[in-house]
Design a protein around this ligand. Structure first.
Ligand code: PMP
Length: 426
């Protein structure tokens, strides 16, 4: 038994399923989750000391790579002054000022401690601002696990939503309409039928929770137009894409601006942080300025702010995103070449440093159903083969991969050599 196997056994004694977030349990790919002990740059080390090139990067936040010395130094410095005051600190203002300068359409921003909190609060704000209850989300987009967002589509596109988990009341689910991602006509139809009831549309601007699925041209623009026509708010969930696909997030990349933007993991640089912000008129509805209640004991935590601020300054270095993008292109094109050479039906998607790959005959993957139709068994074999070779990929075929600034061309070549070997064994 290796150490991860032992640790996993021990963990299951008092932690449900041995994990504190379900996808970590390797249920999708089978086998024992790898327990990690430390990480540095592009590499992560398991409990037996084995090194992996890491393309999970804590599910996205580590855009600089793990344990960046300047981020660590900022955190260590801050820790020495106390961990939490539950009162305002100057560093919150500094980070808020910088965020509002960088993010499109952000006049005011409120800090929270997770992506879930950010989207949950954004939805409440949208409902409170518009006085409407219905929200639109898209199949395959994940926005955290608050009740209104843990809803799947009913049997027809415009039927009432169905809870995707026991514990979510059906009475709440009926206020969430779930549509197909990238279905422009479906969006228009929904607005024709119920535009005046819609509080907001929430979308991942590049979906990273059904593998990696970019928006087709016109999709985000349609969301913006339909929201404008009907008085609904557009909530763009940049928890994964913010400071990831470009400095100005997916909104800067695609030129579409939200009324409310949610941010999370990437802006915290690995600390528990989230944020939601947007137009002044909308954000002024939040307490204490307005009637929509939202709060948090640890919100704006000084240590988390220090990590976030340092992270934010480092990603603004000249050429940062260009380099990430180039490396990602090198990786996905290299994977495609090697899959082709092994006669494996395969395609890839990528935007900036987010990428996905699919074992499929389909030339393009643009929605959830197509992702679900891919060859999952083949993915699982590929995942375990790569793990064996020292490459850590997301342990499920419906998750995106992430490049960091710390990955080198040598790391990418190592990954491609491993992939060549694993493809030929499939
Ligand atoms: N929104 C998006 C787009 C996400 O990817 C996630 C997490 N993967 C969340 C919200 C929820 O964030 P958290 O896990 O920090 O609650």
């Amino acid at each position: 038994m290796n150490r991860s196997e032992q640790l996993f056994q021990d963990a299951q004694k008092h932690i449900p399923g041995g994990v504190n977030s379900p996808v970590r349990a390797f249920r999708a790919v089978g086998g024992t989750p790898v327990f990690f002990e430390k990480a540095k740059g592009a590499y992560i080390y398991d409990a037996d000391g084995k090194q992996y090139v890491d393309y999970v990067q804590s599910w996205g936040p580590m855009v600089l790579g793990h344990a960046h010395p300047e981020v660590i130094a900022a955190v260590v410095e801050k820790v020495q002054h106390g961990l939490s005051f539950g009162a305002p600190t100057e560093i919150e203002t500094t980070l808020a000022d910088e965020l509002c300068q960088i993010m499109p359409g952000m006049d005011l921003v409120r800090f929270v401690s997770s992506g879930t909190e950010a989207t949950m609060s954004a939805i409440r704000l949208a409902r409170g601002f518009t006085g409407r209850d219905t929200i639109i989300k898209f199949e395959g987009c994940y926005h955290g696990h608050s009740d209104s967002l843990l809803i799947k589509a009913g049997s027809g596109a415009l039927t009432l939503g169905v809870p995707s988990s026991p514990g979510v009341p059906a009475a709440l689910a009926q206020h969430t309409v779930t549509l197909t991602y990238n279905d422009i006509e479906g969006v228009k139809k929904a607005f024709q039928e119920m535009g005046d009831q819609i509080a907001c549309v929430i979308a991942e601007p590049v979906c990273g929770n059904m593998n990696c699925v970019p928006p087709i041209p016109g999709f985000l623009e349609t969301l913006r137009e339909e929201c404008d026509k009907s008085g609904a708010l557009l909530v763009i969930d940049e928890v994964m894409t913010g400071f990831r696909v470009s400095l100005t997030g997916a909104q800067g990349h695609y030129g579409v601006t939200a009324d409310i933007t949610t941010l999370g993991k990437v802006m915290g640089g690995g600390m528990p942080v989230g944020a939601f912000g947007g137009r002044r008129e909308v954000m002024e509805h939040i307490a204490p300025l307005g009637p929509v209640y939202q709060a948090g004991t640890l919100s704006g935590n000084p240590v988390a702010m220090a990590a976030g601020l340092t992270n934010l300054r480092l990603v603004q270095e000249e050429g940062f995103y260009e380099s990430l993008s180039q490396k990602t292109t090198l990786l996905v094109e290299g994977l495609q070449d090697r899959a082709n050479a092994a006669n494996i039906p395969f395609t890839t998607n990528h935007v900036g440093s987010m990428f996905g790959f699919f074992f499929t005959d389909a030339p393009h993957i643009t929605n959830y159903q197509q992702v679900m139709d891919c060859n999952i068994e083949r993915f699982n074999k590929f995942f375990h083969g790569m793990l064996q070779e020292g490459v850590y990929l997301a342990p499920a075929s419906y998750e995106a991969g992430f490049m960091s600034a710390a990955h080198t061309e040598k790391d990418i070549q190592f990954t491609l050599d491993a992939a060549e070997k694993v493809f030929s064994s499939l």
